[in-house]
Structures are given as structure tokens and as C-alpha cells.
Design a protein around this ligand. Structure first.
Ligand code: CP
Ligand code: NVA
Length: 308
């Protein structure tokens, strides 16, 4: 079963072939209206369930559009409207949905929910974000980096702020695609040691640097994300903001990095918090290419899920 659960659970050759496919399909669509079907229709006659237990703009829209471009049909389900939100087990939900649909994408809270769904589903399952990781995002990010700067292998990626789910998937990316990764942020918000150790073991240089200005020196890519994720308690907001303020990505930090550094953010962003508008809308930012590439990368992921 070709589940797409995490970047570290999919082998590097498959990940690379997915990105190659994503670029081919993207290039073939240049200039066409968004609703134009792709030349080939790998999801023809396929039904895809998109389950959301958390809010979403990009994931929801890009999966929905992508399925339609590839000839399939979608059904967008909100966790709270399903019996899943009212006590039905995830295992039973998986068994039932597998009788109706050919592919399931889920955005949920606990990683356990995703893993249990995948264990009991008899159709492929895609991780559309959990509290712990966000693999589709990083596939789009690597695609975006390589469009602008060529192969990411050996490049220096710097994560500024909270070592959260998106950061974790970046570390998986370092492990599988061979780039170096520097985390700069407070000690209490460092990424899980397990993820850093795995990337190091695979040969990536993984550094934790408390000083953001030192961290970004020579960076090829600087990445920020919200200081308070959807699963974080709002009661931690003020403390997190106080801790994370020194790690804001602003013009001074980008200048310390140098002109070669790109800026990415998975979005949604909180302008003037984790990043200033001057950086988001500035010449080094590729945030909207990054958002667009969610569509292309996920289409290639879905194609691999159903066809191998
Ligand atoms: N980046 C991302 O996953 O955005 P959404 O929360 O809007 O899906
Ligand atoms: N870290 C963020 C990413 C949103 C796409 C969150 O989990 O809320």
C-alpha cells in the first residue's frame, strides 16, 4: 500500500521521482485555465476523501483542485461532522471509508490517528498535517527551492522560531534529500531530538544555534512559521511570543543572511510577528510559488499513491 505518511517513511528514490513528476505536470499546465484536465487522467473514476479536523485553506483547496485536474472526484469531510467526532473509532472509520473511496487524505491532531487510519484502511492514506509533521508542505518547499536555486543537496536551510510540525518535516527532508539544517530558536521550543539525530545519522549537518544572526550566515533558505500552531493552547501565546520575538525574520536578519538566501513560510503567516511584511513581499520571498507548488507536489503524491 502506497501510504504517504511522512518524508522519512518514503524512500529517497520515490521522493525524487514524485518531485520530478510534479515538475513535469506543472510545466505541461503553464498558461492553461485552472480547471483544464491534465493530458493524462490518473485519478479517472477515483473517489478521494479529504478529512479535516483542523482549519485549512491551502491543503483543502490544492488537494481538491488537484484531484479534479487528474480526473477524480472529491468529498471534503469535516471531522466534527463525522461520527469520528462523536465516538466512532478511527479503525472503523478507516474500514468504512475504504469501501467508498480510493484514497484518503487526513489533517488531524494526534499522529496516532493518522497511523491508525493507515493501519486499518485498505486504500492509500496521505498525511495532510498532524501535530507532529506536515510532509506535503516540505515536498512543495523542496520543489520550490529547486526551481529557484537548483539541487537542494548540500544547501543550508535555516529554521527560525518554533521547532514545530513543519520544522520536523524539514528535518525529515534533510535526512532524505541531503541538505544541512540549522535550527535557531529558544531551547524549550527545539525540534524533537529524534528527528535531529536521524538527519545527522544520514549525513546532514544539523546545528542548533541560539543566536539568529549567527545562524543565518551563508544560508540558502530561511524558513519561518507561526509562533502558535493550531494544536498549541492559546494560553501559551503570550509566553511564546515573548520567547520567539528575537527570532522574527525581518530585513536585518535577511541582510545578515545575504542576497542568495530565499525566504519561505508555509502560510498562513502572522504578518509583523514571525516575519515582517517587508520580507514576505520582498525580493527574496518565494512564499506564493511555495503555496502554488502544494498543488503540483500533491498531485504527484496522489499519482504515486494510486499507481506507484
Ligand atoms: N500551509 C498549509 O498547510 O496551509 P493550510 O493550513 O491553509 O492548509
Ligand atoms: N505549524 C502550523 C502549520 C500550519 C499549516 C500549524 O500546525 O498550525
Amino acid at each position: 500500500m502506497n501510504h504517504f505518511l511522512d518524508i522519512n517513511k518514503t524512500d529517497p528514490e520515490t521522493l525524487r521521482s514524485i518531485l520530478t513528476q510534479a515538475q513535469v505536470t506543472k510545466d505541461a499546465r503553464q498558461g492553461l485555465p485552472k480547471g483544464t484536465p491534465d493530458a493524462d487522467q490518473p485519478l479517472a473514476n477515483h473517489m478521494v476523501a479529504l478529512i479535516f479536523e483542523k482549519p485549512s485553506t491551502r491543503t483543502r483547496t490544492s488537494f481538491d483542485v488537484g484531484v479534479r485536474q487528474m480526473g477524480g472526484q472529491t468529498m471534503v469531510l469535516s471531522g466534527s461532522d463525522m461520527q469520528l467526532g462523536h465516538g466512532e473509532t478511527i479503525a472503523d472509520t478507516a474500514r468504512v471509508l475504504s469501501r467508498y473511496v480510493d484514497l484518503i487524505m487526513i489533517r488531524t491532531f494526534e499522529e496516532e490517528t493518522l497511523l491508525e487510519l493507515a493501519e486499518h484502511a485498505t486504500v492509500p492514506v496521505i498525511n495532510g498535517l498532524t501535530n507532529r509533521t506536515h510532509p506535503c508542505q516540505i515536498m512543495a518547499d523542496i520543489m520550490t527551492f529547486e526551481e529557484h536555486r537548483g539541487p537542494i543537496v548540500g544547501k543550508k536551510v535555516v529554521w527560525c522560531g518554533d521547532g514545530n510540525n513543519v520544522c520536523a518535516s524539514f528535518l525529515h527532508g534533510a535526512q532524505q534529500f541531503g541538505f544541512d539544517f540549522t535550527f535557531t530558536g529558544p531551547q524549550t521550543l527545539e525540534p524533537e531530538a529524534e528527528f535531529m539525530a536521524a538527519a545527522r545519522k544520514a549525513g546532514s549537518k544539523v546545528i542548533v544555534e541560539r543566536d539568529p544572526f549567527k545562524a543565518v550566515e551563508g544560508a540558502d533558505l530561511i524558513v519561518a512559521d507561526t509562533w502558535v500552531s493550531m494544536h498549541d493552547s492559546q494560553t501559551t501565546k503570550e509566553r511564546r511570543h515573548n520567547q520567539l520575538r528575537p527570532y522574527q525574520v525581518n530585513d536585518d536578519l535577511m541582510a545578515a543572511a545575504g542576497e542568495q538566501a530565499l525566504f519561505m513560510h508555509c502560510l498562513p503567516a502572522h504578518r509583523e510577528e514571525e516575519v515582517t511584511s517587508s520580507v514576505m513581499d520582498g525580493p527574496q520571498s518565494v512564499i506564493f510559488d511555495e503555496a502554488e507548488n502544494r498543488l503540483h507536489a500533491q498531485k504527484a503524491i496522489m499519482r504515486w499513491c494510486v499507481n506507484g
